[in-house]
Each structure stands twice: as C-alpha cells, then as structure tokens.
Write a protein that binds this ligand. Structure first.
Ligand SMILES: [Zn+2]
Ligand SMILES: [Zn+2]
Length: 385
C-alpha cells in the first residue's frame, strides 16, 4: 500500500471521543461529499470514498473501534495491510444504482438482515504476531490479550430492557420489506428493525441498546514447530461472540518471523556462514558451529575450497505438517591473516617457495601441478584444462 494512511478519526473528521451516533452522522455527511457519483471525473473520488467507508466500518463497530484505539491499523486489519474484501459485499458486484440504495444496505440493517434475523455467527478476529526464528522452529505457546465483542449478557443480545421489545411497525414483525427496482420486486431486510421483526422501545441499560458489549479475554495460542513467515494459525471459536446465541467466530493469528542475526531460512533449511583461516582450509579440521538445536561439529576436509557448503542433515527447521527437519548448511569463507608476526611471515614465504618448486618439477615432468577434485571431474568428462 503506497498511500500514507490517515487516522480513521481524521478521515471521518470527528474527535476520538465521538459517540456512535456522531460517527454515523459524520459518515453520512462525508459520504455525500466524496461519493464517486457526486464527483464525476475525479479519479480519486473512489479511493476517498473507500477510505471513508473503511474508517466507518471500523469505528462504527464498538469492538473494532476498541481494537483500533488500542493497537491502530494492524489491530483491526491483520498484518500488514487492510483486507479490502469486506468491501466486496458492500460495493462489489451488487450494482448499487444510487446513494439511497447504498444507505439502505449500510444503515438500514440490510447487511445484517441479509444474513438472517436470527442467531448468527460472530465475526472472525485477526491478530498479527511476530516471533523470533528460534520460536518458529521449536514451536511455542503465546498468551494474547484480545478485545472482543460479545452478546450483552443482560439482554441476551436483543438490546432491549426487560419488556422493552415491541413488534416492529415497519415490517409488522416479518423482518423484511418488499423493495422494488424497476419491474423487479425483492424482499429486503427491514431497515427499521434490522430484520429482527421486533423494535426496541426501551434500551438495555448494560449495552445501551447495541446488544453487544466489549470485553477483554486472554487466549492461549499454540504455535506449531516449523511455522514460516505468513503462516496463519486458526483458533476455532476464539473470535467475537455470536449474535443472539449464534456460535462465536474464529481467531486467526498471522505469524511473521523476525529475521535472524546470523541464520537465513529457506523453507525448512537454514543457511549460515563459517569463517576460518587459510591454514584451516588447507589443513582441515573440526569446527563448532551454532545451529537452532545447539552447537554442532562440522568437519572440514584438508584442502577444501572456500565457498564449499557443509551440510548438517536434519539440523534445520521441522517441516510443518510433515515429519523430519530440513538441513543446516554452513557456507565456508576464509579470512586472510589480520596481522602477522615475523615468524608467520617466514613460514608463509617458505610455503610459497616450496609450492613454486613443486609446480616447476611437475611442469618438467608433464604432470598437472595441482590436481583437485574439480580437475579430475574435468578430465573424466574429457574437458580441456
Ligand atoms: Zn444489553
Ligand atoms: Zn422491521
């Protein structure tokens, strides 16, 4: 997402303390100003309208608003970007012909009523969680403190004080009204009662008539060993509580794995670098390297070339949902001596002389001076030196 995101309150032009009713009014007023139908030829109108509606979709819902207030954009959208799919149902493919249709759907309870007037499943929640590579590899359990919306226990989600429910005068209790577009008639959720068939005459004192309350809850989430960046863990039933006795939604934890200081990960494999001295490459030896599973020994064969990968089988990351682990791959590099004492210098000098003498003898006798594995493979394949 390239555009800088504006604070939702700023988009709606209301203070952070604004009441629900003020948010709704502000949205209506701003929507009339920026709606693309009212701004023909303005290429940014649609984007501004979407931004506005996104702001209202979040702030207009008490539970989402609480999450936004606490954690900003990430808390309501799932990391990293906002999920535009919630707009598909509102704007996409339904062919709104006018602003009135839009408001009918958006404010008239149409969106709720369309899903049925009775019990309904609660909304899904998303949570962005960053963990270090070690925990991603070993698996972990985290405790998340999450705001979530539930049916008001006092009115059981009806929003009405005891005896405060009456039959809706608009739909006479049916929950739907007949709408007409041209010659086509269709039933639509009642805009007055939101499809419930009943209207609230006296509001519940606990939830103020919303039928929903905002609570906080600690959820334990088990992160399985081997999760990778962008893995999504679903925790069934830990989303928002259901409406009118419906089942709760699910919690989705979107995992991002923090980059490691020395290991890089490629699927189930871990890559690391081991820097040794020139003499180590020439003479070989055994070296301790860190892995995700603790220190391990790698063997360097005598006369190993820099860049040679050394593979520790099965010392990488567990394969998620399968058995076994990836490999830990050590890439060898050599560092030149940082300083030399006179005696070291003498020895390197002497080594070079010995090496030159050996090459000269080999050239006289017509033998290749240095035959390593690479040369032998070339000979085998019939290549030229
Ligand atoms: Zn209530
Ligand atoms: Zn009604």
């Amino acid at each position: 997402m390239t555009r800088a995101r504006r604070d939702y309150y700023e988009v709606l032009g209301v203070p952070r303390t604004a009441a629900g009713e003020d948010l709704k009014k502000a949205y209506r007023r701003r929507a009339l100003e920026v709606h693309p139908d009212r701004n023909p030829g303005d290429p940014h109108a649609e984007e501004r309208f979407k931004e506005l509606t996104e702001a209202y979709t979040v702030l207009g819902d008490p539970a989402r608003r609480a999450r936004y207030d606490a954690g900003g954009f990430d808390a309501v959208s799932g990391a990293p970007g906002f999920d535009p799919s919630i707009f598909e149902g509102i704007f996409g493919g339904q062919g709104f012909s006018s602003l009135d249709d839009l408001f009918e759907q958006f404010f008239g309870g149409g969106a709720h009523a369309a899903r049925g007037a009775g019990p309904r499943r609660g909304d899904d929640l998303r949570y962005g969680l960053e963990i270090p590579l070690e925990e991603a590899a070993a698996g972990t359990e985290v405790k998340l403190r999450l705001p979530r919306a539930e049916s008001c226990p006092k009115c059981e989600g009806s929003g009405a004080a005891p005896g405060g429910l009456v039959t809706c005068a608009t739909c006479h209790g049916r929950g739907s009204v007949v709408a007409r577009v041209g010659f086509v008639q269709f039933a639509q959720g009642c805009p007055t009662c939101g499809g419930r068939g009943r209207a609230v005459r006296k509001r519940c004192g606990e939830c103020g008539g919303d039928g929903r309350i905002s609570t906080e809850r600690t959820v334990r989430v088990r992160i399985p060993a081997g999760v990778d960046d962008k893995t999504r863990v679903r925790v069934a039933g830990e989303g928002d509580g259901g409406y009118l006795g419906g089942p709760p939604g699910d919690l989705f934890v979107d995992i991002s794995v923090r980059p490691h200081a020395t290991f890089s990960r490629d699927g189930a494999d871990i890559h690391a670098t081991l820097t040794v001295g020139f003499a180590d490459l020439v003479l070989g030896g055994s070296f301790e390297v860190p892995t995700l599973h603790g220190p391990e020994l790698v063997e360097i064969a005598p006369r190993t070339a820099p860049g040679t990968p050394l593979v520790l089988r099965g010392r990488g990351v567990p394969r998620l949902g399968r058995s076994g682990r990836g490999d830990h791959i050590v890439h060898l590099t050599a560092r030149p001596p940082q300083a030399m004492e006179p005696r070291e210098r003498e020895l390197w000098q002497e080594l070079r002389e010995l090496e030159s003498a050996r090459r000269a003898r080999a050239a006289e006798s017509g033998e290749p001076a240095d035959r390593n594995l690479f040369d032998r493979v070339k000979d085998f394949l019939g290549g030229e030196r």
